[in-house]
Design a protein around this ligand. Structure first.
Ligand SMILES: *[C@@H]1O[C@H](CO)[C@@H](O)[C@H](O)[C@H]1NC(C)=O
Ligand SMILES: *[C@@H]1O[C@H](CO)[C@@H](O)[C@H](O)[C@H]1NC(C)=O
Ligand SMILES: *[C@@H]1O[C@H](CO)[C@@H](O)[C@H](O)[C@H]1NC(C)=O
Ligand SMILES: *[C@@H]1O[C@H](CO)[C@@H](O)[C@H](O)[C@H]1NC(C)=O
Ligand SMILES: *[C@@H]1O[C@H](CO)[C@@H](O)[C@H](O)[C@H]1NC(C)=O
Ligand SMILES: *[C@@H]1O[C@H](CO)[C@@H](O)[C@H](O)[C@H]1NC(C)=O
Ligand SMILES: CC(=O)N[C@H]1CO[C@H](CO)[C@@H](O)[C@@H]1O
Length: 464
């Protein structure tokens, strides 16, 4: 079969065309069609056949090499999975050992390790896919190793051992990655809008419990949302236990510092400068939030530790008139994206439906306003990406979904469903960082983040 195929190819296209022109057909008395083909006079193309045979051989060798690689890969992954199972067991043992570390953080480590296991299984089942999964796995392992390094302080022997294991795992993963032949699918460049609407969201990555502990179930966290922000500062703002007052803020100068609770700066807001609700964000090294017990926007200078400007947001409902479904007093939710600073709120005139305003970061003046048809108290939270508002709602205690969008450019709204898992029941805030396409969730006191993926711009166009 194969040889015949090659021969036909050997004759080539021009000859095939002439063959067709030289068809003659006739019907006999029985109604049977007779067809004869006159093959052009051509000697057997031995040279071409040889060449094809050779490249066929070359291809066979290449395929064999690839198969060997995949085998290598599979074996490594198997060992790897086993190690992780061992690792999980060991952490469990450590936890039983009554170490002086809080139980919650061991929970986190275990959670992360389980996540890694799940990813490896996924990876194994999609061996022939791209290496995006391997990349994600690598990142998670790197981060978990940072987490564990903090535990080192409490138990040198056990943790050092685990760290070495993790380092070995990391090395193996790097090897795997190097051996992979396929290129990773290109990500749209961060900080720009060279992508379409949201197409998917990763599994949750639980970073830690907020620094004030499990009683501070309300608050927000994230990174500087200015596109192109030249810093890795992570901010965490747990509200006081009244679920309303923002009077403290902690910043960590890097992600690693956050993970090991290495405080950069703790700020207590002077009374009279408090914020309200979990809608605060950092934008261009400045905090923006709803001023306490008012319909004003506050701009907070982190150097002077003062509200340097408070400006009324016209017609904004405030002080728990139209907050979100799972967090009180978040009537005014600030957001930052590739295009700037936004306020998400609602007005009595718009019947409690979401209103979006583009805000000037210097004067806090409203540049433009859009009204949507989505009732604000029916959504759990909202965020902006490239001038598009996305809103979420709860499906169950374990799942949320991004279900609504409003595009300020086209002034069109839409309903769809992108489910996301949540480690805890309630979502108190969501903020987006255009510089890494991540979504930061404050989840009953836990700091969780997600990686967002986007459609190609063309995919959105063809839909319309
Ligand atoms: C097959 O491989 C050899 C050596 O790698 C090379 O010289 C030759 O050109 C290849 N032949 C074809 C048809 O690709
Ligand atoms: C995992 O632990 C079991 C026993 O606890 C051991 O037999 C096995 O070799 C370990 N696997 C690896 C990869 O370390
Ligand atoms: C992976 O392999 C499966 C069958 O083994 C196949 O159906 C699938 O198309 C392959 N995917 C890629 C990306 O090659
Ligand atoms: C792991 O930490 C790095 C910073 O050290 C961060 O850029 C990355 O996004 C983190 N990975 C995950 C999966 O959260
Ligand atoms: C990667 O390839 C090298 C040789 O190309 C091999 O020695 C190594 O075992 C491979 N590693 C894995 C994880 O497949
Ligand atoms: C960020 O703030 C600095 C002053 O602190 C200002 O010069 C700059 O224009 C701001 N950038 C944006 C994009 O608002
Ligand atoms: C177009 C073409 O190649 N036609 C050929 C058909 O076959 C006769 C011989 O039977 C050739 O002379 C033609 O050149």
């Amino acid at each position: 079969m194969f040889t015949f195929f090659i021969l036909l190819l050997g004759i080539g296209q021009n000859h095939a065309a002439s063959l067709i022109q030289n068809f003659t057909g006739s019907l006999d008395e029985m109604g049977v069609c007779h067809c004869s083909v006159v093959l052009p006079d051509s000697t057997f193309p031995a040279d071409r056949f040889e060449m094809l045979e050779m490249s066929n051989q070359n291809m066979t060798i290449t395929v064999e090499q690839q198969i060997t690689k995949i085998h290598h890969y599979e074996i490594t992954l198997n060992i790897y999975t086993e190690r992780l199972v061992n690792l999980t067991k060991r952490v469990e043992v450590m936890e039983m050992g009554g170490l002086s570390y809080t139980e919650l953080d061991f929970e986190l480590v275990k959670l992360e390790i389980r996540e890694m296991e799940a990813l490896i299984l996924q990876l194994k089942s999609s061996m022939n896919g791209t290496n995006v999964l391997v990349e994600a796995l690598y990142l998670e392992i790197r981060n978990i190793s940072i987490l564990v390094s903090q535990m080192e302080v409490y138990d040198r022997n056990n943790v050092m051992l685990i760290r070495r294991e993790i380092a070995a795992l990391k090395k193996r993963l790097e090897d795997c990655e190097k051996n992979q032949t396929t290129k990773p699918t290109p990500h749209p460049p961060a900080g720009t809008c060279q992508h379409g609407s949201i197409s998917g969201i990763s599994k949750p990555f639980v970073v830690q419990l907020n620094y004030l502990g499990p009683n501070n179930r309300y608050g927000g966290w994230g990174r500087d949302a200015l596109a192109g922000a030249d810093q890795d500062v992570h901010w965490v703002a747990p509200l006081s236990t009244d679920a309303r007052t923002m009077n403290t803020l902690r910043t960590y100068s890097t992600y690693s510092d956050l993970v090991i609770y290495k405080t950069s700066l703790d700020r207590s807001f002077p009374s009279g400068n408090y914020g309200q609700g979990g809608g605060m964000i950092m934008f261009n090294k400045t905090m923006y939030f709803n001023c306490y017990s008012s319909g004003n926007l506050c701009r907070y200078n982190l150097q002077t530790n003062k509200v340097e400007l408070a400006v009324n947001l016209p017609n904004a409902a405030s002080s728990n008139r139209f907050s979100y479904s799972s967090s009180a007093y978040q009537d005014i939710d600030m957001a930052g994206d590739e295009e700037g600073l936004w306020a998400i709120y609602s007005t009595v005139a718009n019947s409690g439906n979401i209103v979006i305003s583009k805000i000037d970061p210097i004067s806090l003046a409203v540049k433009q306003t859009w009204t949507t048809g989505q009732y604000k108290p029916a959504v759990t939270n909202a965020f902006m990406v490239c001038g598009v508002l996305y809103a979420t709602r709860a499906i169950s205690t374990k799942q949320e979904e991004i279900f609504y969008m409003y595009d300020t450019k086209t002034e069109k709204e839409g309903y769809f469903s992108i489910p996301l898992e949540k480690p805890k029941d309630n979502v108190q805030s969501l903020s987006y960082d255009p510089n890494n396409h991540k979504l930061y969730m404050y989840n009953d006191g836990f700091l969780v983040n997600y990686a967002l993926t986007f459609k190609n711009p063309q995919e959105d166009k063809t839909k319309k």
